[in-house]
Design a protein around this ligand. Sequence first.
Ligand SMILES: [Zn+2]
Length: 457
Amino acid sequence: MGKEMYQVKIGEETRLYEAGTTYREIVKEYQKDYEDDIVLVFVNGKLQELFKKLKSDCVLEFETTAGEIGHRAYQRSISLMMVKAVYDVAGHDAIEKVRIHFSVSKGYYCTVKGDISVDQAFLSRVEARMREMVEMDMPINKRSVRTDDAIALFGRHGMHDKERLFRYRRVSKVNIYSMNEFEDYHYGYMVPSAGYLKYFKLYLYDEGFVVQMPVKSAPKVVPAFEPQNKLFHVLKESVHWGDIQGIETVGALNDRITRDGVHDVVLVQEALQEKKIAITFDDGPHPVYTEKLLDGLKDRDIKATFFVLGEKAKEHPEIIERMQEEGHIIGNHTYTHIQLRSTNREKFRDELIRTNQVISGITEQEVQYVRPPYGTWDKKLEEELNMFPVLWNVDPNDWCTGNTNRVTKSIVDKAKENSIILLHDCYQSSVDAALSSIDILEERGFRFVTVEEILFE
Ligand SMILES: [Zn+2]
């Protein structure tokens, strides 16, 4: 009997592929229609790496190096290859640490600590080694390991900064990428092999070097090396890279950058900070989509915040119960979704009270948070009702588009440390976008928390 076949919809076209076909094989057939390299795929709206295998019928969309997500995957993969090349050229024992600090010119400023001197001869050998890996199209492999095992692994490899980093991470599993025998840890997805990494150049600079890479708008061109020396020194002096307790140093650096009017700086070692973010859902509960969302959140062990409508909560008390059981915060979004106006303050207030009664009737807990529909609020209500309003700062407008990818992209592009993301759990596309955004942002080092933790900790 033949293997099972799956329908894969790409654009307007549907083709059949055998179960177990990698996305990379599928992408090969379509690459000729794209100017830039396809480095990742969206499978039913969820970002996946190309080495993954087809498991079901799906809608497939391509992410190239000209997209934000694809571009970052390129930069990340170049970084991995560069670090490996340094180790290969110098010999593992000679290297104490390779560090990627911050962006300079269009590249990353890197230093090497260890028993070698970074001069032009050394750098040329590193670059030659990188070209060699590109030439042989060395695979980039990935495996997922338990956090404890990762700590032990990097301890053995003498990569003590990474060992320490994981002690601050609260996820149970981390991804380890490897090229040949060389293993490293990175947040975020990679290209599948070194053959994709043709465009880069190394320049000796200050105490180290810069790995220069294309910008997103021209993914096949390595731009001229034009370091801004003044900016470089501001950055260098601002950061005590010897100190791994990232939050203070990164915060201090951001202050300094803002004060000096220097923008558009990428801190490469973002991994040093633990970035919190909250995801919130309004207008539910919905009997189908909220349940699906709760399943997805449970799989990922993510706690969210729900602002529910009183009339819907009354209809689906079992969903409210489930939210509470699974550790989510339940807030008030009025009874019928009314907007506060000068003419309806009493009705608005009554709706809040009525909704609190419905929720508390189910959870046996006081409702502390309110999200006023359309964001209109009267501060006096805070004391009158002993409730705290929670607004948002990332709004992907999910309710007006059914396009999962567009919503995902919007969230991922706008999300920053301490963002509060606004979504609605009454659409399939919003649920899909929420879950794929969570996956992407977690890969980038964000940690999802409830609004309470953002607002009060
Ligand atoms: Zn609403």
